[in-house]
Design a protein around this ligand. Structure first.
Ligand SMILES: Cc1cc2nc3c(=O)[nH]c(=O)nc-3n(C[C@H](O)[C@H](O)[C@H](O)COP(=O)(O)OP(=O)(O)OC[C@H]3O[C@@H](n4cnc5c(N)ncnc54)[C@H](O)[C@@H]3O)c2cc1C
Length: 373
């Protein structure tokens, strides 16, 4: 039996970030990861770090992360997370697109975000490679992008240096409850004890929470992405579109990472492993070429896919479970958890160490879906 003050189930960017901020506060933390660190969605994502076009409930976390955490993260972790704060351009090609973007801008401005509409000429000034068909964009100058893999491994490395323990290849099968309180977790062969357990297991969080009688309206959605061969520096912004048909950015070493939706993503897939489908890359490429004809002769070197833990309202659960003292859920990041991962780690650590987080997490409660009388 191995004991800790806090057990975290899942070594993705969320679990590793929480481990880092807890270890920084001298908490004895143990992370149990069923595969390898970052082997879930955290190593497969598009690297977007954005505040724009987020649900208003997530906005305080995204703004806090961009203002106070991301700019200092490489130094704090001793690993280059390749953070670039060069803005987010969401492109429009017709009036319907402009209407979509105007709503996003109004929404962001209502909470003080530096988000505005710009016209086609201004888009070209910022990003000369866009097609002449682009007639405008929303622009958030403080959005950006990073490297998801080095961020996840950076949190992991620094957490270990600060004393956190990680065990990989250890799959948690159930939560253990004694006298109504959490007392640890069971894996296939071992029992680990702790008075606090944090479930940060991506889409498997639902089945793990189920073992404590807690259910979450979460489903599995597959997303796909691709990377091109290196190009000389072309643009530094994170790019998206009003039609949401693709997004992407140029990485430090010159390749472009692009992702997108085909509209035919398998609904609540029963697949154990995320396997790319032959319709996805061509569909993402068609979308890219519609905005950046330049890519016509650029080769794709790899495609991949990953699963999302999509909540029914597209907003995560970051919450203590009142019925089971000691149980905390940090899951359901619904496709945008990377950008807020430093804030989530820091706020959960504050919740545990100081009794409450410095930014309210009330909007992310696990029981917000219950019918109210
Ligand atoms: C293609 C794609 C593109 C994306 N693009 C972006 C983007 O641009 N910006 C953004 O902010 N977000 C993006 N996301 C979403 C982002 O990747 C996730 O929100 C984030 O990685 C969630 O981190 P996590 O740690 O909660 O989950 P994961 O990284 O999935 O980590 C969960 C971990 O728990 C482990 N685990 C599961 N079950 C158990 C168990 N029983 N016992 C022990 N361990 C277990 C898993 O092996 C895994 O390592 C994208 C996702 C995908 C798939």
């Amino acid at each position: 039996m191995i004991n800790a003050e806090v057990i975290i189930v899942g070594g993705g960017v969320i679990g590793s970030s929480i481990a880092h901020y807890l270890a920084k506060n001298k908490v004895d933390v143990l992370v149990l990861e069923k595969n390898d660190i970052g082997s879930g969605a955290s190593s497969r994502n598009g690297g977007g770090i954005r505040q724009s076009a987020r649900d208003l409930r997530e906005m305080p976390l995204a703004i806090h992360a961009v203002k106070n955490l991301w700019p200092y993260l490489s130094e704090e972790l001793g690993v280059d997370v390749e953070y670039h704060q060069k803005g987010n351009l969401r492109l429009a090609k017709n009036n319907q697109h402009l209407k979509v973007l105007e709503k996003i801008v109004e929404h962001g401005q209502s909470v003080g975000l530096d988000l505005k509409m710009i016209d086609g000429d201004q888009v070209k000034e910022l990003c000369p490679f866009v097609s002449h068909e682009v007639i405008g964009a929303s622009y958030c100058a403080t959005d950006g992008h990073g490297n998801p893999m080095t961020t996840t491994l950076g949190f992991y490395k620094r957490a270990r240096e600060l004393g956190a323990r990680f065990i990989t290849g250890e799959s948690v099968k159930s939560l253990i409850i004694k006298k109504g309180k959490i007392s640890g977790v069971k894996t296939l062969e071992n029992i680990y004890e702790a008075p606090i357990v944090i479930v940060a297991s991506g889409l498997e969080s639902r089945s793990i929470a189920n073992t404590a009688g807690i259910d979450l309206p979460m489903q599995k959605v597959m997303l796909e992405a691709l990377i091109t061969e290196d190009q000389s520096p072309m643009f530094s912004q994170m790019i998206g579109t009003a039609a949401s048909d693709f997004y992407g950015h140029q990485t430090e070493h010159g390749s472009f990472v692009f992702g997108g939706m085909t509209g035919l993503e398998p609904f609540d897939s029963q697949e154990e492993n995320a396997v790319t489908r032959n319709i996805a890359a061509p569909s993402i490429c068609r979308a890219i070429l519609g905005y950046f004809p330049f890519f016509e002769n650029v080769k794709i070197i790899r495609t991949w896919s990953g699963f999302l833990d999509e909540m029914v309202d597209h907003v995560p659960v970051i919450s203590k479970v009142e019925e089971v003292p000691g149980l905390i859920l940090a899951c359901g990041f619904s496709g945008h958890g990377y950008g807020i991962s430093p804030a989530v780690g820091q706020l959960i650590a504050q919740m545990i160490v100081e009794g409450q987080p410095s930014i309210s997490l009330e909007a992310f409660k696990y029981d917000r879906f219950k019918p109210r009388v």
